[in-house]
Design a protein around this ligand. Structure first.
Ligand code: FE
Ligand code: CA
Length: 528
């Protein structure tokens, strides 16, 4: 079709299209009075409206959330007229759409950046489905998703991916192409889905392989345009189209290492306005249920997803409710405040919710999917009294001990933490006391590296040779980019650390570096 300029969109609708729109309006007014504003059923667009692709998320046994967003000018405010637009969706057991399992119409509203979130129900458990959207004459590519197994159902095996930290400027999203080819049952994103910095951040010399669009982002339109840039990446779109995602947020979706305050000491009341806009754009661009609709500078993201008798996942939010980093953030030596009993990582309400969950896990594996690593990473040679990153659980030691004690007292089956944030891969045992190698191992933790953040990296971090002797609980480490391919069975949790040696060059190969295994009933990791 011929694309029309934005100003003339409504005027240039054909007579037939106007009649269609009127007919829909008339019907809708009777059948569904929710359409209180004019809704366009046969829109025409100034460019292809589905440039950000599609996504699905948060699978339940009977359904999944389907997402898309109309953004013909995805780098320039979206390019949609300020009017509601109908978007049809359909779900089929086959990619041919020979039969339709469910279908419906969602309304893309200007208030929400013309995003749609269709909460599909009535599907079969543990089953692969295909879906697509249509608006006017425009159709999305067909995408794959999968429902969760039925509650309590016997499940032999699930394969899932862990990823996070995809800085657009730092490298290509080759690892997402690898994930797209895995046909995972689901994909967990541990946060840093966008980065908020201006083009070429603070890097001297310029190491960007490609550029951010514009200045540091502050307004809802800025955040939308940044999602527009990231989500138009073809590898990112392919990974979303391959499986349902379980998305959690860390800091850069708003501002580096933020808590109740931001890193530049902006007055909290001012920062709250920025947070509200960042949270809105985050909601608009993710396959979230309505429960994640932000209320100003607050957004309920912690949630529980269950996969039959195999996995019980608590998706945590370690950013939004935490107390401020002690000793002024950064990496600090000898900071007594890391032992502050009043410091919190989850906030009281979320911590209670999690602790209740832990007492009621009936699956083989208890999964804590979160953002910043739990395991201790210390550098005794540099600082006998302790040198820690203030943004991690290492700086919230009393809260961490409460969590470990709760895992022990509930005997939650086979705890597995999934983490990100550090742009380094680790596999670590979770210990009751990290300074005593003989203390009890209570679970394991898989920390994914970044998709691209920090660029090509190296085989190991600059400090690894110095610190590894001080951290015997860390069983695997890499400073390369990539993702983790996880396989859960009734007997083991297997993590394949997938590596892309160069992300500064497109289309590089992906290799398996190491396979790390936790055996059910035997706490602790082995490297295969
Ligand atoms: Fe990051
Ligand atoms: Ca982060």
């Amino acid at each position: 079709m011929k694309y029309q300029p934005y100003n003339n969109l409504i005027e240039r609708l054909s007579r037939r299209q106007l009649l269609n729109a009127a007919a829909i309006l008339g019907t809708a007014a009777v059948a569904a009075p929710i359409f209180s504003r004019k809704t366009l059923a046969a829109p025409i667009f100034m460019d292809y409206p589905f440039q950000l692709g599609v996504a699905s998320g948060d699978p339940q046994p009977n359904g999944v959330v389907l997402w898309t967003r109309l953004a013909p000018k995805h780098l320039d405010g979206g390019g949609m007229p300020a009017i509601n637009v109908e978007v049809e969706w359909e779900v089929s057991p086959t990619a041919s759409f020979a039969s339709i399992a469910q279908k419906g119409v969602a309304i893309a509203r200007p208030e929400l950046g013309h995003s749609v979130h269709a909460e599909v129900t009535g599907l079969e458990p543990n089953r692969e489905y295909f879906y697509r959207f249509r608006a006017g004459n425009e159709v999305t590519p067909t995408a794959r998703t999968k429902t969760a197994p039925a509650a309590g159902a016997n499940v032999d095996r699930l394969r899932y991916g862990i990823c996070g930290c995809n800085n657009y400027e730092a490298g290509y999203f080759t690892a997402y192409r690898g994930m797209a080819n895995e046909n995972f049952d689901f994909i967990v994103h541990t946060g840093d889905y966008i980065y908020e910095g201006r083009d070429n951040g603070n890097r001297t010399p310029d190491t960007s392989v490609r550029r951010h669009n514009g200045q540091e982002i502050h307004t809802v339109v800025d955040y939308r345009n940044r999602y527009g840039l990231y989500k138009s990446d073809p590898d990112f779109k392919a990974a979303h189209a391959s499986a349902p995602w379980l998305v959690t947020r860390d800091d850069h979706e708003v501002e580096n290492n933020y808590t109740v305050v931001d890193e530049n000491d902006i007055p909290p009341a001012v920062f709250a306005l920025r947070k509200a806009m960042a949270y809105q754009a985050y909601y608009e661009n993710q396959p979230f249920r309505a429960t994640a609709m932000p209320k100003g500078p607050a957004q309920l993201l912690y949630r529980r997803l269950q996969f039959g008798n195999l996995m019980d996942i608590s998706l945590l939010d370690t950013r939004q409710y935490r107390s401020d980093q002690p000793c002024g953030d950064g990496s600090k030596t000898n900071c007594a405040a890391i032992n502050d009993p009043n410091a919190t990582m989850l906030g009281a309400e979320q911590e209670k919710w999690l602790f209740d969950n832990l007492a009621t896990v009936r699956a083989k594996w208890t999964i804590l999917s979160q953002q910043v690593p739990i395991f201790m990473r210390e550098n005794i040679k540099a600082a006998p009294e302790g040198q820690f990153s203030m943004d991690k659980w290492d700086a919230y030691t009393v809260a961490r001990s409460r969590l470990m004690n709760r895992l022990k007292e509930t005997q939650a089956p086979n705890p597995v933490a999934l983490s990100g944030d550090v742009h380094l891969a680790y596999a670590s045992d979770l210990k009751m006391d990290y300074r005593n190698p003989n203390s009890e191992t209570i679970g394991v933790e898989f920390t994914g590296t970044s998709i691209s953040s920090a660029g090509d990296g190296a085989d190991v971090s600059a400090t690894w040779e110095t610190i590894k002797g001080d951290n015997p609980h860390i069983k695997y480490h890499s400073a390369r980019r990539g993702y983790t391919a996880m396989t859960a069975t009734q007997t083991e949790m297997r993590g394949e650390f997938k590596i892309v040696d160069k992300v500064t060059v497109p289309n590089q190969p992906i290799r398996t570096d190491k396979v790390v295994i936790a055996t059910a009933g035997k706490p602790g990791l082995q490297v295969a």
